[in-house]
Design a binder for this molecule. Sequence first.
Ligand code: FE2
Length: 218
Amino acid sequence: MENKNIATRSNSGKKEDQDWNDTSMKDEKSSKGSEVALDKSKENSLQKVFEKLLKDIYTAELELVDALPKVIEAAHEEDLEDVLRDHLEDTKRQVKRLEKVFGQLDIETSDAEISEPMSGLIAEANKIIKEFKIGPVRDSALIIVAQKIEHYEIATYGSLRTLADVLYLEAIGDVMDRSLEEEKQADEMLSELAEEINDMACRYNERDYKSQKSSSKS
Ligand SMILES: [Fe+2]
C-alpha cells in the first residue's frame, strides 16, 4: 500500500512549519556529481523523519538477508522456496541501493539501530518453524509472515518515496520506487502461491484428522 498521507498532510501545514520547503533543501549537484542534498541539521523536521525511516529499512533489509536462508530451508514447496530465494536476491540488491543512497546523502549507516518491527516479524517466522513440522501447513504460516514483512516494507518504501518528493529528493524517490515495486511483486507472488498452498494445507489437515480418527478407533 503506497502511503500518500504524509505528503498530503505536510502540504497543508502552516507556513512557519514548512522548513522542508526551504530552497537550501532542493536538489543540488554535489562534488560527486549526484543531484541530492538533505539538510540533517534540523531537529523535529521531515528530514529527520526521512533519515530515521531510511536507517530503519536499511537495518530491516540487513536482518532479512540474514534470516531468509533459514526460512527457505524450512519451506516445503519448491515454488515457495523459489519465490523466497528470488526475494533474497532482491533484498541484497536493495541493501546495495540503500548504501548508495546513504553515500549520496552523506548519512552514516553505523548508528542505524536495529529495526524492531522486522526483528519481531523474523522472531514470528522462527516460532512458526519451531511450532509446525515441515509441510504445507507450515508453508501457509510462513507465507502469512512473509506477506506481513512485505507489507511493512511496502509501507516504508512508499513513505520514503512520498517524503523524497516533498523534500525535493526526486532522484532518491525514484530509487525507493524500484524497491517498492520489487516488494509489491513479491507480495503478489506470495498471494498467488497462498491460494494453491492453503488448499494443499486444508487437504493435508483432513487426511491427518481422518488418520488420527481411524487409529483412535482401532
Ligand atoms: Fe526488501
